[in-house]
Design a protein around this ligand. Structure first.
Ligand code: OAD
Length: 229
């Protein structure tokens, strides 16, 4: 069985990484237009760099939770038949042991050089304007997809959605496209669809099945079911 799993901030919530749209979420304390757009970066790069430096430090302290662990177990069993597409910019899937992970909104651990185009591990806090280790220019920005920019690896994701048997969305509000549209694509290509979320989302009615509960409980339970345990 080929499975595509889409994850959002909800899967990392129990690891202590704040979500965006829930009470106390990141977008409650910040205006998206001030920190997550190319225009904000052009206007006030320091503020934007500091915002992502702070998120990188916070994410580095977080540990994977049983939901990340369960998806890593699923990959052990399914291998190439499982693809995780995450909107999350933390590394918790990888730290739990998953290796087939597409970071469609980028990664906090990576910097993108605006001078030479290289993607490099963040060498130091970006607010300090460190030099690009490849070309030496001081032109590094967070390797994060901002509003108005194109998410990464959409061709690979579309191919996976078109050939999967099951599409599962975990802990995502369905508020941001194109990810919110993946359930439609998967359905059009004949896949079954399952949503796992703490509460109903904006796109719940589009799924064949919805299971409500915290990711640390519902994800391991679903994985055990798939593995016949
Ligand atoms: P949101 O903050 O929009 O939604 C989080 C979802 O997780 C909600 O549907 C919650 O019900 C659910 N949730 C919260 N705690 C949970 C738990 N313990 N177990 C299961 N589910 C839980 O986050 P995303 O959908 O990831 O984009 O947001 C999508 C994108 O919008 C992000 O990647 C980011 C943001 O703006 C960019 O920065 C480009």
């Amino acid at each position: 069985m080929r499975i595509v799993v889409l994850t959002g901030a909800g899967i990392s919530a129990e690891s202590g990484v704040p979500t965006f749209r829930d009470a106390g979420g990141l977008w409650e304390g910040h205006r998206v237009e001030d920190v997550a757009t190319p225009e904000a970066f052009a206007r006030d790069p320091r503020t934007v760099q500091r915002f992502y430096d702070a998120r990188r430090h916070a994410a580095s302290l977080a540990e994977p939770n049983p939901a990340h662990d369960a998806l890593a177990r699923l990959e052990d069993a399914l291998g190439d038949d499982l693809l995780i597409v995450t909107q999350n910019v933390d590394e918790l899937h990888e730290r739990a042991g998953s290796s087939r992970v597409v970071h469609m909104h980028g990664r906090l651990a990576s910097a993108l050089c605006q001078a030479c185009g290289a993607r490099v591990p963040v060498p130091a806090d970006l607010a300090g304007d460190p030099a690009c280790p490849v070309c030496g220019e001081r032109a590094l920005r967070p390797d994060i997809v901002w509003f108005g920019e194109m998410p990464y690896e959409l061709d690979r994701i579309d191919l996976a959605l078109a050939s999967c048997d099951l599409f599962v969305a975990i802990g995502t509000s369905g508020a941001v496209y194109p990810a919110a549209g993946f359930v439609r694509t998967a359905t059009e290509f004949g896949a079954s669809t399952l949503e796992l979320n703490l509460a109903g989302s904006e796109v719940s009615p589009l799924f064949d099945e919805v299971r409500v509960g915290p990711a640390s409980v519902v994800v391991p339970a679903w994985v055990d079911e798939v593995l016949g345990r």
